[in-house]
Design a binder for this molecule. Structure first.
Ligand SMILES: Nc1ncnc2c1ncn2[C@@H]1O[C@H](COP(=O)(O)OP(=O)(O)OP(=O)(O)O)[C@@H](O)[C@H]1O
Ligand SMILES: [Mg+2]
Length: 640
């Protein structure tokens, strides 16, 4: 009961409003400054923050300064409600601001303030595209105030990551931030255990000593954009990295095969030392030098030198000690171990610690997943490691209690700048999916003729392509955005608000995507969004719908459903689903009176997910407790 009271914040609004007025009153004094003096002013505030003046106390001036920088460098002046949102974020709330209200701009206020102490501020969003877009958009604002901005995306090479994390403000995704945290931990452990590391030797050579240092600095302040998605939906699966820090699976494969290919260039005693017990290879200084002089494939940029040394050592060991048709055989692209004692094949067994993979690479068969040591962190644990955590999203209020219980954050509901102007056409329910898709195509064609741009959301790649075919048959020109067609994401989004434009998309055009309707389109009623199905969570539906009617613009949407939709099966189970489905077979008739049934199914699914998240958290907490009692690092474990 009490928790529910704390979960939604409204008590502080009075105080916050008076701060907004204070910031308003500072505006004119900054507006008259030259660009140079504005930056000087910013440095002065930073100096005060570093001398120990409380951020709370600096907030009005800092926010007024950022507002001026917004107006000047990115042509957007923070609205009062955005200032309010900024205060909520500074106070560690989850700010609920409707879709399209300008959360990207809002975040600059508390990010600036938090970065003043020099410990850095992070913004985590849900995908690479948004991280890059937001950093790009807001960079002039921060740079105008003398701050640096960094971006970490999944393809960012390791050295650039280090630089990006050293910037005052770093934009990234929850995933990359979490993975870097884990990779750093694995690295530090290996440094501690003295494995394959000669720090001093590295320092005075032609390579930077930073290779053996973590990429992240401290975890100071973070704003999680799309907070409900990241802190709740994605929190269902923990982040795991296997023992070799570095990039994606393909980068790992490249590392394995590169190492296998160069292994034979190294000679015993000249370049490495071999030990019998336990069998191991260690590169010496000349060996390391030789390795560094080789040219590396680009994919290896994501790895530190230590990782590469280790892998080459493994490859040398394998070349020296493991013989084909004696220790193992190659069968159907697989390495099968020969049991030393029985001489028989030891089906399904694998060598540990990357040896198996090194052999696979050497034999040119597909490299299997490493099951060695790993580091693992839940989303919950990771974000709670920051000194201060805040979040923002268009859809938080319905999850307020869960957010409060897990993250101890309150939701602050921020009013919109202008009254919403989005209209809903009545839901339509069809007997079967064929009838539904036909109706959708008819509706798209109709709006298309009128010139309105239409965004159609589908639940999967298959369905987006199915609809695309049907639109082709009906001669409706359109663009498709899904995981198979990502090449021109920016371009497709940029066009999606133009007259006559039809865009068929998966969830990729959901959260965060900013479609800007042309002035002419706004006169005709703005963007129209069609939902072709309901999602597992109402929040996802609301996010799709939120692509239209942004910033108080006109817009409309409609939901199409059928008795064959997956959501009924997921919510009510097969039996009831089959019974419902039967009613609609082969009919063109409508079942609009059953629309409520779909929301019911959705609520059931939401509840189930909530339960399983609670369960996962509980299990994880117990596990950690035990590990801490045993004096182990709770984030490192053996998955083997
Ligand atoms: N103060 C402002 N002045 C002018 N335009 C603004 C202002 N704030 C935001 N905008 C514009 O509003 C649009 C929506 O902004 P943004 O994408 O940041 O919204 P959002 O709240 O993050 O939405 P979503 O929930 O969909 O992610 C953008 O085109 C942005 O340029
Ligand atoms: Mg956004």
């Amino acid at each position: 009961m009490l928790a529910r009271f704390f979960a939604i914040k409204s008590g502080n609004f009075g105080k916050w409003q008076s701060r907004v007025r204070e910031i308003d009153s500072l505006e004119s004094s900054f507006a008259s400054l030259s660009d140079r003096d504005l930056r000087k002013e910013s440095l002065a505030i930073r100096y005060r923050a570093n001398s120990g003046e409380a951020l709370d106390h600096l907030l009005p001036e800092a926010f007024a300064l950022v507002r001026e920088a917004g107006r000047r460098f990115v042509s957007m002046r923070h609205y009062d409600v955005q200032i309010l949102g900024g205060i909520a974020l500074h106070e560690g709330c989850i700010a609920e601001m409707q879709t399209g209200e300008g959360k990207t701009l809002t975040a600059t206020l508390p990010l600036y303030l938090a970065s003043l102490t020099g410990a850095g501020a992070h913004l985590a969003t849900s995908n690479d595209y948004l991280a890059g877009r937001d950093a790009e958009l807001m960079k002039p604002l921060f740079e105008g105030l003398g701050l640096s901005v960094g971006v970490v995306q999944s393809h960012t090479p390791r050295p650039q990551r280090q630089t990006a994390y050293r910037a005052d403000v770093t934009y990234s995704t929850a995933k990359e931030l979490g993975f870097d945290f884990l990779r750093d931990r694995l690295l530090l452990r290996r440094v501690k255990e003295g494995q394959a590391l000669v720090l001093d030797a590295l320092a005075n050579d032609d390579e930077s000593p930073s290779e053996s240092q973590p990429v992240q600095r401290q975890l100071n302040y973070i704003i999680v954009d799309e907070a409900d998605s990241i802190l709740i939906d994605e929190a269902r699966t923990p982040l795991i990295v296997s023992s070799l820090p570095g990039g994606s699976e393909t980068a790992m494969e490249v590392l394995y095969s590169f190492s296998a290919a160069v292994a034979e260039r190294f000679e015993e005693t000249t370049h490495f030392e071999f030990k019998h017990k336990p069998r191991s290879v260690t590169l010496n200084e000349d060996g390391r030098k030789l390795l560094r002089s080789l040219s590396f494939p680009d994919e290896l940029n994501t790895f530190g030198m230590i990782d590469i040394y280790e892998q080459v050592e493994r490859a040398i060991l394998v070349a020296r000690e493991y013989q084909k048709d004696r220790h193992y055989v190659v069968r159907n692209d697989e390495i099968v171990i020969v049991d030393e004692f029985t001489g028989r094949l030891a089906e399904g067994r694998k060598w540990r610690a990357g040896i198996h993979q090194a052999i696979e690479a050497r034999e040119g068969v597909p490299v299997s997943v490493d099951t060695g040591d790993a580091a693992k962190v839940t989303i919950q644990d990771f974000f709670l490691r920051y000194n201060r955590l805040a979040g923002m999203t268009g859809t938080a209020a319905t999850s307020a209690l869960e957010l409060y219980k897990i993250y101890n954050t309150s939701v602050a509901v921020i009013p919109t700048h202008k009254p919403p102007n989005r209209s809903r056409l009545p839901d339509q329910v069809f007997g079967n999916s064929e009838a539904k898709w036909d109706a959708i195509v008819r509706q798209i064609a109709k709006l298309h003729v009128e010139g309105r741009p239409v965004l159609v959301g589908t639940r999967s790649i298959d369905k987006s392509e199915y609809l695309s075919e049907k639109l082709n048959e009906a001669n409706v020109a359109h663009l498709v955005l899904n995981a198979r067609h990502t090449a021109d994401e920016n371009g497709i989004i940029a066009k999606a608000g133009e007259e006559n434009r039809v865009t068929v998309a998966t969830n990729m055009a959901g959260r965060g995507t900013d479609i800007q309707p042309s002035p002419k389109v706004l006169n005709q009623g703005g963007l129209h969004v069609i939902c072709t199905e309901m999602h597992e969570s109402a929040r996802i539906d609301r996010q799709l719908i939120g692509r239209c009617g942004r910033q108080g613009d006109p817009g409309s949407f409609q939901i199409f459903l059928s008795l064959e939709d997956d959501i009924l099966k997921e919510g009510y189970g097969v039996e009831r689903y089959e019974a419902l489905k039967k009613k609609g077979v082969g009919t063109q008739g409508r079942f609009d009176h059953l629309a409520r049934l779909f929301r019911g199914a959705q609520q059931k699914i939401e509840k189930n997910y909530f339960k399983s998240r609670k369960q996962m958290l509980y299990v994880d907490k117990q596990r950690r407790k035990i590990q801490v009692q045993m004096g182990q690092d709770p984030f490192l474990e053996s998955l083997g």
